[in-house]
Design a protein around this ligand. Structure first.
Ligand code: IMP
Ligand code: MG
Length: 188
């Protein structure tokens, strides 16, 4: 039998199990896109994808939103001793264009502690967009360390490490077409 373990190129004992199917993702994205367009019926929208995790989500979301839509991308990384919870975030790649006076939707793969998003919103708000909203595919609600929330949420999920549909573990698994829960071998 072909197991997920054997399919893993690294062969490191990592295994994945399904959480959200491709069909469920596509259905939810259609509804989110309709909602976004309803909220801003006549406005050009700038989608800002947070590299790299949001790339797949953004490409599907963008194709479902009607009317005038453009993209831009930003890249951030956490740093500090405990990169997961330090809240220190570094801007690795800035936007190409000004967002002043524009309607902006930040597109993120997952909202976890919320520290990355809090930083991003602070930076972007200073540039005086007309509207600043957030769309995330996944929301790990119980992990939140700071008061920040998304305006459009694909799926609330439990506190599990997930991969696929753009989300990675050590840069791998981004290409999986669905969202899966990753289990690491003991000791990790
Ligand atoms: P936050 O600042 O803790 O909200 O972190 C958000 C970022 O952490 C996301 O954009 C992801 O890159 C990463 N992340 C958080 N949880 C997961 C996960 O379960 N799988 C993959 N990446 C994750
Ligand atoms: Mg990310």
């Amino acid at each position: 039998m072909r197991t997920s373990k054997r399919k893993n190129p690294a062969g490191s004992g990592e295994s994945v199990r399904p959480l959200i199917t491709r069909a469920a993702i596509q259905k939810r994205i259609k509804a989110m896109s309709r909602q976004i367009r309803q909220d801003f019926p006549d406005e050009p929208l700038i989608l800002i994808g947070v590299l790299k995790g949001a790339v797949i989500f953004l490409s599907d979301l963008a194709r479902e939103i009607s009317g005038d839509v453009t993209f831009d991308f930003i890249a951030v990384s956490s740093y500090g001793k405990d990169s997961k919870s330090s809240g220190q975030v570094k801007l690795n790649k800035d936007l190409d264009s000004s967002i002043e006076g524009k309607t902006v939707i930040v597109v993120e793969d997952i909202l976890d502690t919320g520290l990355t998003l809090r930083y991003l919103l602070r930076v972007l708000q200073q540039r005086r967009p007309k509207h600043l909203r957030v769309a995330v595919l996944l929301d790990k609600v119980e992990r939140r360390l700071t008061e920040v929330s998304a305006d459009y949420v694909g799926f609330p999920i439990p506190n599990e490490f997930v991969v696929g549909y753009g989300l990675d573990y050590a840069e791998r698994y981004r290409n999986l077409p669905e969202v899966k829960i990753l289990s690491l071998p003991a000791g990790h």
